[in-house]
Design a protein around this ligand. Structure first.
Ligand code: 6R9
Length: 655
């Protein structure tokens, strides 16, 4: 990646820094000395973090590292559900709200810790009645309703690893995950609300389990009251079996390395990888990071993570981290523009949300809708803003800070992955001078490097590959049933150094701050120059007429790859007819000016929507199909599968 330092100039010219206010710093959960403390004695630091949890039996050893296999808190025993629920009731906080829940059609529920405890116990008892035993896998495909959290915690209570599958995933995606995990039970719902309308769920899950012999029962939550097909003997209504159970359940403490869940994520091959997470280390890092990164104060903060439960962010930062820390959370079922584009701001105002954690793609969508929308609401309760999921371009970061955070909330750009289990690189809001677009530095206790092709650190001012060079408590313990793939995917690339290869490109600036540039599979190679798709996107979005951009490298006979950009114009720019040839030339020149002529897109296509997954990631693979005039590939993981048709039709009609 020799050239990447030079081609990253537009990000490196981003020199604004935003230190925390003195007022914020004075009350922050973590202070600057934590870095040195963790560096001095990493094991002691993590042992201290593990004290956040209640252990039925203390560990004998903090870490047993038999690379690439880690055991954390060896010999320790604990129950995750007890840590997330019961102990808060025992300590006198049973009446504290765990979840304010807002359904999409406007129905609401308020669930205290005491109520959550009763629901989790009843559900655990129901699962036992249905034959679920410790170690059995349970598949869950549910909308964003409280039963999703309850189901996960009930599984954790029994030591039965869950495998949550996105509500938007197709029957075949669900089937392959059930098959891989050999799940015994599927928990689903009759339907789900989407954009104000009830939609199917049970019909899809029925298709998925038609050929999965391991599934013994399907437990169905009533959500939309839709008429659903029913298989007697196999299908059971949640309310029929859960409601009549006793609301106490004696939990068992499990080994610190007992499997907690398997979560599937896409890899470079077609077959999804089942990422395995375990108990003690995972919960320790979720609780620690949620405490320090969001400056969470139990009983005071009102916390909202907008992720879907089917994504790792939903696991670690809707369920496990916040509940371990006795958070009061908002959970929202619906889409951000149902019934109107101010829905999120309305909810922040209604509940006095203090911590808001969302994704760059949504922030850019809010930008597109216009700053006048958040301006209509009282957002003064907000104290910390978080971002996750993809690199955040400086313009979106600034917009977020200004129009949502009123220039007085720290913005934490958190880098991590399904595989890392919890946040790894992020500012500490009361310590770090944030830089728009940079995740800054590894958290205390975490170690990362940017290295070149031979695995040597590139040094400040250069770009390369992001690696993790020390084990961390929430790290994946493997790929379910495929040890070889685990070694191959993460540990083979830099085997000599023993580093974990994250699959992301990054740059380390003169101050030592890390700028994550996106997947290295998204790095383009144009005439021998490596250019990050993110960087070109960032340049495009910095132009006043552009709301959102996605860039792909399309194969090119002369240059290897050519840059093809898909852009969504801002509303006012469309009115000026800025979508014509002239404005496209203007944008190409703008990118050339921002990054250099080498980064000038070969082609810019103006579109109205971009294809995104449920977790908000742009599916570049599909855009590459268009850019290379290929038949469009598998669209089943798109949040809205009609987007590709819209784009193709729009381009044909020259819109
Ligand atoms: C939590 C999550 C992981 C990939 C990761 C990287 C990208 C996530 C980011 C970020 C830049 C950030 N990513 N957070 N890139 N800055 N703050 O998103 O997990 O779905 O497994 O995705 O997302 O490319 O490698 P996951």
């Amino acid at each position: 990646m020799a050239e990447s330092g030079a081609t990253l100039s537009n990000l490196s010219t981003e020199s604004r820094t935003f230190p925390p206010s003195e007022e914020f710093a004075a009350q922050a959960n973590a202070t600057a000395d934590w870095y040195a403390r963790a560096d001095r004695d990493r094991a002691a630091f993590w042992a201290e973090q593990a004290e956040r949890l209640s252990w039925a039996q203390r560990w004998d050893e903090v870490l047993e590292w038999n690379a690439p296999f880690a055991k954390w808190f060896v010999g320790g025993r604990l129950n995750v559900a007890y840590n997330c629920v019961d102990r808060h009731v025992e300590s006198g906080h049973g009446e504290q709200v765990a979840f304010y829940w807002e359904g999409e059609p406007g129905d609401t529920r308020v669930i205290t810790y005491a109520q959550l405890q009763r629901e989790v116990c009843k559900t655990a008892n129901a699962l036992v009645e249905l034959g679920v035993k410790t170690g059995d896998r349970v598949a869950i495909q549910l909308p964003m309703i409280p039963e999703a959290v309850v189901a996960m915690l009930a599984c954790a209570r029994l030591g039965a690893p869950h495998s949550v599958v996105f509500g938007g995933f197709s029957p075949s995606a669900l089937r392959s995950r059930i098959e891989d995990a050999q799940a015994k039970l599927l928990i689903t719902s009759d339907g789900q609300f989407r954009r104000g309308k009830p939609g199917p769920m049970k019909e899809n899950t029925d298709q998925a389990v038609a050929d999965t012999p391991t599934i013994e029962h399907v437990l169905v939550v009533k959500r939309t009251e839709a008429e659903v097909p029913w298989t007697e003997g196999r299908d059971i209504w949640w309310h029929d079996v859960v409601d009549r159970q006793p609301d106490t359940h004696q939990f068992e403490a499990f080994d610190s390395e007992h499997p907690l869940y398997v979560l599937y994520t896409s890899g470079t091959t077609g077959k999804p990888k089942g990422i395995l997470h375990t108990t003690g280390g995972y919960l320790t890092q979720c609780a620690y990071t949620h405490h320090v990164v969001f400056d969470h104060k139990p009983g005071q903060s009102v916390y909202w993570c907008t992720a879907d439960i089917g994504w790792v962010t939903g696991h670690s930062y809707i369920v496990y981290g916040p509940l371990a820390n006795r958070a009061t959370s908002l959970m929202y079922e619906g889409t951000p523009n149902t019934p109107h584009e101010g829905r999120h701001w309305e909810l922040i105002q209604k509940y006095g949300v203090t911590i808001y954690y969302t994704a760059p793609t949504l922030i850019r969508t809010f930008m597109k809708w216009g700053a006048e929308i958040p301006a209509k609401y009282d957002l003064s309760s907000l104290k910390v803003l978080g971002s996750v999921g993809e690199p955040i371009n400086p313009e979106a970061w600034m917009w977020y800070r200004e129009h949502v955070g009123h220039n007085n909330c720290p913005v934490v750009d958190t880098w991590w992955q399904t595989e890392t289990g919890a946040i790894m690189i992020s500012p500490l809001p009361g310590v770090t001078a944030a830089k728009p677009g940079s995740a800054t530095r590894p958290l205390p206790g975490i170690s990362a490097e940017v290295v070149n092709d031979s695995g040597e650190p590139v040094g400040r001012g250069h770009g390369g590959y992001l690696v993790l060079n020390e084990p961390w408590p929430a790290m994946l313990r493997g790929i379910w049933g495929d040890e070889e793939r685990y070694r191959e995917t993460y540990w083979a690339r830099f085997a000599e150094q023993g580093d974990y290869f994250a699959g992301d490109g990054a740059k380390i600036d003169e101050d030592g701050a890390i700028w994550v540039l996106g997947r290295v599979d998204d790095v383009m190679n144009v005439s021998g120059h490596r250019i990050s798709t993110t960087e070109v996107e960032s340049a495009l979005v910095s132009h006043p007429t552009v709301a959102e951009a996605a860039v792909v490298g399309a194969s090119d006979v002369t240059t290897g790859q050519g840059i093809v950009a898909f852009v969504i114009m801002r509303g006012d720019a469309i009115a000026d007819e800025a979508t014509g040839a002239e404005s496209i030339k203007m944008l190409r020149d703008h990118v050339a000016a921002e990054i250099g002529p080498i980064a000038k897109p070969r082609q810019i296509m103006v579109v109205e929507e971009l294809p995104k997954t449920r977790s908000g990631k742009i599916m570049r693979r599909l855009l590459r199909d268009i850019a290379e005039n290929r038949e469009i590939g598998d669209v089943t993981t798109l949040a809205d599968s009609s987007v590709m048709d819209q784009i193709a039709t729009g381009l044909r009609e020259g819109k």
